[in-house]
Design a protein around this ligand. Structure first.
Ligand SMILES: C[S@@+](CC[C@H](N)C(=O)[O-])C[C@H]1O[C@@H](n2cnc3c(N)ncnc32)[C@H](O)[C@@H]1O
Length: 231
């Protein structure tokens, strides 16, 4: 809790000054951000490797690292000013031994380290179809995408179910995290990576492969082709 308090302090000071969270978030940083992210922890197995896509100011990645020192976590974030904050926060909180900050887009880091991960997390990054396209290639077969979503999770699933299946994901499941601790509980969409989707290229040429890994699978560009963006 002491470490979580220090992260909260960083968010409401440097995080606000640098425009990473809005000033109106400061008074509700615990309930709306830290606790809401922290309860995802109950869905992550002991000792798991985790990639947090689109970490922003470290949500949920740094919260999970604070709550769960058993996890190995990579924060993937394309914007430089956000990765600068993340790196500083990781060092300030003494999390360097379990957390790595990687500047890049999720779709560009697929096929190289730190993937494949046991769990890929994302909060407020993209609609489920795009998220599945970016995040499932970062998960090991049998690994999972955990997307923190709002009340419209079921509608999003209905809209994108077919595309998620085409991307190799299992049927998405809505999980409620923190029931009995927070009201309402956090809504997390869980998607297991059931199949490899091989071959980058046009959608019409994509095919699914039997269980097993192949290098550069899943249609991501290699890390060497990262685009840089101002941030
Ligand atoms: C609305 S913010 C959410 C940040 C944080 N997850 C949170 O809940 O506060 C979305 C974040 O996703 C990042 N992002 C956008 N596209 C991305 C991509 N293709 N790969 C990784 N991160 C991405 C943005 O730079 C931004 O930091």
């Amino acid at each position: 809790m002491e470490l979580a308090g220090r992260f909260a302090e960083l968010l409401v000071t440097e995080g606000v000054v640098r425009g990473l969270i809005g000033p109106r978030e400061a008074p509700r940083v615990w309930e709306r951000h830290l606790i809401n992210c922290g309860v995802m922890s109950e869905m992550i197995p002991v000792g798991a490797s985790v990639i947090d896509v689109g970490s922003g100011a470290g949500l949920p990645g740094i919260v999970l690292a604070v709550a769960r020192p058993d996890l190995t976590i990579t924060l993937v974030e394309p914007l430089a000013r956000r990765t600068a904050f993340l790196s500083e926060a990781v060092t300030a909180l003494g999390l360097d031994s379990t957390v790595t900050v990687l500047r890049g887009r999720a779709e560009d880091v697929a096929g190289g380290p730190p993937a494949p991960a046991d769990v890929v997390t994302a909060r407020a990054v993209a609609p489920l179809d795009r998220l599945a396209g970016w995040c499932l290639p970062l998960a090991a077969l049998g690994g999972r995408l955990l997307a923190l979503k709002g009340a419209s999770a079921e509608e999003e699933i209905a809209e994108h179910r077919d595309e998620i299946a085409r991307l190799g994901g299992g049927d998405p499941t809505v999980r409620l995290c923190g029931a009995g601790l927070i009201d309402p509980p956090a809504t997390v969409v869980e998607i297991v990576r059931e199949r490899l989707v091989v071959a980058p290229g046009p959608r019409s040429s994509q095919r699914t492969a039997a269980q097993g890994r192949s290098s550069g699978a899943a249609g991501g560009r290699g890390p060497g082709k990262r685009r840089s963006r101002r941030g």
